[in-house]
Design a protein around this ligand. Structure first.
Ligand code: NAD
Length: 301
């Protein structure tokens, strides 16, 4: 009898592993009643996620540096019948992110999904961008994501009901766009960390996705509205190259629904623009040429 029980347990476990990737299937097919924390949830892509999650019956905690749009969103979600709340957080402040995780747990009991999404766009060449802006984009886009998963992953693993981490990178984390070195660097770092987390947690009841959007119609071109005093203070200018892309860009609510689908499917890479695949193919072609050269270079002979 004991042998049969062990056999059944093994078969069940094997069924839960994705044969192609050796990954465990997470318990996130059903999201109703589960809780999500979304940084940068007051606007754009984060707001799209909040709407999609709430619509699917999830409890939602918005964490953002901008108080007014955050509260407006909570009112909107509550009016639609959702259980939603918000906490003001500056993701560059590790203690504040930890406090936001405490607040989420105190309010909703358990957290299942964390979306490390807050981000800012700094335009300009790496050698020209001043150090205040360099530090700002690294502190928000990279450290903000790190603090987010440091705060939430242990809590998700502790309750064992399953969960998911969504880190917002960008297509700029897959291919390097000219004139945006500092932004590209942070987004490549987010892809690197996300891929590492995918490997490290593939046997856990925790999915990890990296969101790599193309252009999305948000307020990203007005990122300076949230620049903190220590990085130079608010900047009301609009990033012209980014703003030019926005009229043709995808609606952030669509991206929010796509993220929900990815959580349910435990899909690691989330691309909003399948047509951009060619840029990645071109990058790998050029990298391949580097290996071709290495095979014939004098020093290695
Ligand atoms: N819009 C695009 O085309 C696009 C493309 C690729 C990636 N992204 C990424 O998507 C994410 C969301 O950006 P978006 O396009 O929705 O822009 P957005 O400006 O509309 O939203 C960004 C949100 O982050 C918040 N935020 C900024 N600094 C913060 C801080 N220090 N602490 C907490 N919250 C902070 C803002 O208040 C805002 O609510 C970012 O990481 C961005 O890099 C956007």
């Amino acid at each position: 009898m004991a042998n049969i029980a062990v056999k059944i347990t093994t078969i069940k476990r094997e069924a839960r592993e994705k044969l192609s990737e050796g990954r465990r299937v997470t318990d996130m097919r059903e999201v109703e009643g589960k809780t999500a924390f979304i940084s940068g949830g007051a606007s754009g892509i984060g707001r799209g996620m909040a709407r999609a999650f709430a619509n699917a019956g999830m409890k939602v905690m918005i964490g953002d540096i901008e108080q007014a749009p955050m509260q407006a969103l909570v009112s909107e979600l509550r009016q639609a019948g959702a259980d939603a709340d918000c906490v003001r957080v500056d993701v560059t402040d590790r203690d504040a992110v930890m406090a936001a995780a405490d607040a989420t747990q105190a309010r909703f009991g358990k957290v299942h999904v964390v979306c490390n999404n807050a981000g800012v766009l700094v335009d300009g060449r790496s050698e020209k961008v001043d150090m205040d802006n360099w530090n700002w984009v690294v502190d928000v886009n990279l450290w903000g994501v790190v603090y987010g998963f440091q705060a939430f992953i242990p809590r998700i693993l502790a309750h064992g009901e399953g969960g998911h981490v969504v880190n917002t990178a960008s297509m700029a984390g897959m291919v390097n766009f000219r004139g945006s070195g500092p932004y590209n660097a942070t987004k490549f770092a987010v892809v690197a960390l996300s891929e590492t987390l995918m490997e490290e947690h593939k046997k856990d009841n925790l999915g990890v996705s990296v969101l790599c959007p193309g252009a999305v119609n948000t307020k990203i071109a007005e990122s300076g509205r949230n620049r903190q005093g220590r990085y130079g203070g608010t900047d009301d200018s609009v990033n012209a190259p980014m703003a030019a892309l926005l009229p043709d860009a995808i609606d952030p609510d669509i991206v929010g629904r796509q993220v929900l689908e990815a959580i349910r499917d435990d899909q690691p890479y989330i691309f909003t623009d399948p047509g951009l695949r060619r840029h990645i193919a071109e990058r790998f072609r050029r990298i391949g040429l580097g290996f071709d050269w290495a095979e014939s270079c004098e020093a290695l002979k």
